[in-house]
Design a protein. Structure first.
Lengths: 97, 97
DNA sequence: TTTATAGTTTTATAATTATCAAACAATAGA
DNA sequence: TCTATTGTTTGATAATTATAAAACTATAAA
């Protein structure tokens, strides 16, 4: 593996740490991990008490980093955790949140 | 373990993530972990290229979170990584930086 | 077609954070 | 004592980030 990929990996790890340093995003990730399957944004909102636009903002951050993925069905959006991707970068992290 | 301690632990984890989300602090922690022993601030400065006052600022942040400890000897200060403490909170984290 | 629902984007604002120059404190050695 | 070294603190500034209201988009259902 060359140095550029190492730098890329390091940057991704730092972004994951950034994501998890915010209480709201931390809760979102924990919730998704503990339920073990995708959740509707609305459903998430019921468990994590934050304004819907703030929620949307955090979900976008998580999506852009690569931590979550989104699936649209009708007028609902389902958010899922990219467990394997995170696990590849920082093994064991999720299980110790 | 009661809920207050859980919250305290969660807060500490989030602070560790915050610390590691900054490139400078990430490098400091990696350096301390890889050398495996304490380092003088000056020595750290030679390896991690940041302004000395910025370095001091980051070292204070790390110290206040609990990630590092400092020992003064003469006019030198030695920084060491609180490996065990971090390992207790987030097992395996350091080895995957 | 109208209305309600689900979520995003825009805009504004407040708060936090990172950076570095300059001044400062403390100690070792000449 | 004087000076160089080691590091901290202060102050100013720029950049980033979090929050929420309001406007907006898109779809489902009445």
């Amino acid at each position: 593996m060359d140095i550029k990929q190492l730098d890329k990996k390091t940057e991704l790890k730092q972004r994951i740490f950034f994501a998890l340093s915010d209480p709201g995003r931390y809760k979102i990730v924990c919730m998704l991990y503990s339920v073990g399957h995708e959740m509707g944004c609305n459903e998430l909102n019921q468990h994590v008490e934050i304004d819907k636009s703030t929620m949307s903002y955090h979900l976008r951050t998580l999506r852009e980093i690569g931590i979550t993925s989104t699936r649209t069905q009708g007028r609902q959006k389902y958010v899922s955790l990219n467990k394997d991707w995170i696990e590849t970068l920082i093994p064991g992290l999720l299980s110790h949140l």
